[in-house]
Design a binder for this molecule. Sequence first.
Ligand code: ASP
Length: 321
Amino acid sequence: MQAPVTLLVHGGAGTLTRVDLSAAQEREYRDALGQALRAGQSLLLQGGTALDAAVAAVCVLEDCPLFNAGKGSVFTHEGRNEMDAAVMDGATGQAGAVAGVVAVRNPILAAQAVMQRSGHVFLLGQGAEAFARAQGLALEGPGYFHTEHRWQQLQAALAQNQVMLDHDGQHHQALPGADPLDRKFGTVGAVALDAHGHLAAATSTGGMTNKMFGRVGDSPLIGAGTYACDDTAAVSATGAGEFFIRGVVAHDIAARMAYGRLSLAKATQATMRDKLDATGGRGGVIALDRHGHYKLAFNTEGMYRGVVQGHAQPQVAIYRA
Ligand code: ASP
């Protein structure tokens, strides 16, 4: 029997506790996650592809300044927004990615266009921008991506000479000496299962506050922060990208399913344990198989996350249960 259409989203993981967010802020995050889930769900219920649904959900989160992707991306050391994004289609094994883009309004659409129309998998910087422009994608000036909240995060990171992960604004004040890897990661991502039994994954990020010019994280790297294969799983990650790159985390989950015949749940658990907990890497993943089994796993205090299946209402959560 065909599993119900399913969509999972994340908006970053980290040291998220109830004291960090006011009730009003929590509502804003929940509303945005719910909106992203509904955007993808409605496409899936109309027979749309997993790829289009995952991209649609990520677009909603890119457009929302609360998350570190698209509008609201964090700043590099030089005070610029350099964004990375990737998509992978589990049905075809096709993938597309961009890194270091500064003007593409929705980097995830550029990643999808790279996959579908460039003949390549990964375009970087000015080449990615030129391709996005030629594809007629919306471009924006730096003012569009600038948010005061992220700018203050950069000032705080510069003052401490630290590279910081996202959702640090409020928490940074509370934990001035804390290890940056112990904070919050604001990347966004989605994985989807469509009515045809196909999977897809999409991930988009501004990276890390005060990151070096040219630094690329795990999000646009196929197999690290983003991966999808119908035979195993669709995975999107968030967290300290360097650990996810070294652990090839998204593909590691799929590989444990393919070679070790582990279930999605067991594979996710094993990867989290061996590739993140064991190395000190903090963050989380959303993972989904074609039977509609899913995991929203993280080793941080919280992860902005949500799921919707079939015609049900979206479920969203932030903190550990
Ligand atoms: N994984 C992202 C990166 O390292 C950061 C995040 O998840 O917020 O670029």
